[in-house]
Ligand binder design. Structure first.
Ligand code: BDR
Ligand code: CA
Length: 320
């Protein structure tokens, strides 16, 4: 049994790794990729996604360009300081890429989900604008997907762009609120778990000894690790954020604690904007049923997923 998946990415560095992992994992059937604004502008996210798929020999996966900014308009802020001017650590290349699919990312979601009712996992790892747009196009989507696995949010740990908000949610809180409100099963792979799964210099060096895709990833993550060294951890290392949402959807992540609870996204204009407010009050009595809650919040996972992902990617195309 494989898991059909549509990844929706704002393709920077950790997104590139998530694409490689999803494209190469034997338990995943990657049926489509959507590009969204976020780390970089959306044409750049589209190009980067196409290039990364080419590197793993998956030119069969359609890439559709999506939203260029938040659902309701307004402020657009990228993260070039984190992901480099090209979104690939200033170490990407200019290799020509095939054209994007002749549709929007939201439309592609609707078409692929309708083609495989009940089977497709949506895995948004950037701002949730494309998913919210797909919900507007087809309000029946929640009953037609297998689930939604989001990289985003922070339930009981600090945010990374404000004291309480994580980047993917903060960039488009109105879209995120619509996605978290819709009655589909959601897995939230937020900073609670993604900050604890760290790629070290050893992982980078393992990738650098691998095939072409591994070497590309090792090269682009250099910049990412420098950002984490200077702004987060104090030594060269980086988080693999987006790959965790992919692995969770595919059942490839060992989950130790993940209560099903109500989650609401703060869309106010104050200091709480973009916070994922998860109702964890049941923590002291084993998280009793919250009746109607449909969001599984990952709170503790096995960090060995970092080794597994690195091994999978390094091995692709490597001389044996
Ligand atoms: C998330 O924000 C983006 O910069 C990363 O690609 C990841 O999806 C982490 O907060
Ligand atoms: Ca991302």
């Amino acid at each position: 049994m494989t898991t059909k998946m549509i990844l929706d990415c704002d393709t920077g560095i950790d997104d590139a790794m998530a694409i490689m992992y999803a494209a190469l994992h034997p338990g995943i059937e990657l049926v489509g990729v959507g590009a969204v604004w976020g780390n970089v502008d959306v044409p750049r996210a589209t190009r980067n996604s196409l290039r990364v798929l080419e590197l793993v020999g998956r030119d069969d996966v359609p890439v559709a360009q999506g939203a260029a900014g938040p659902l309701l308009g307004g402020h657009v802020e990228y993260a070039y300081h984190v992901h480099g001017g090209d979104g690939q650590g200033n170490a990407g290349d200019d290799a020509p890429v095939r054209p994007a699919a002749p549709t929007t990312a939201a439309q592609q979601i609707v078409e692929l989900v309708r083609a495989h009712p009940g089977e497709v996992w949506l895995v948004p790892v950037g701002p949730l604008t494309n998913l919210a747009a797909a919900l507007v196009l087809d309000p029946e989507l929640p009953s037609l997907v297998a689930g939604v696995s989001v990289m985003g949010g922070a339930a009981r740990c600090p945010g990374n762009v404000t004291p309480v908000a994580e980047a993917n949610i903060f960039k488009d809180p109105e879209a995120a609120a619509a996605v978290f409100r819709a009655p589909w099963p959601i897995v939230m792979a937020g900073l609670d778990v993604t900050m604890g799964v760290v790629l070290t210099a050893e992982h980078r060096d393992r990738l650098a000894r691998g095939g072409e895709a591994g070497r590309y990833l090792a090269r682009i993550m250099q910049h990412y690790g420098e950002f984490y060294r200077d702004e987060v951890f104090g030594e060269w290392s980086c988080c693999m954020h987006d790959t965790l949402a992919v692995a969770a959807a595919a059942g490839a992540l060992e989950v130790r604690l993940a209560p099903v609870v109500n989650v609401e996204v703060d869309t106010t204009r104050g200091p709480g904007r973009g916070q994922t407010v998860a109702d964890l009050r049941g923590a002291y009595r084993g998280f009793p049923d919250q009746g109607g809650a449909h969001c599984t919040v990952l709170l503790d996972v096995d960090a060995r997923i970092a080794d597994e992902a690195v091994e999978l990617i390094a091995a692709h195309g490597a001389a044996s």
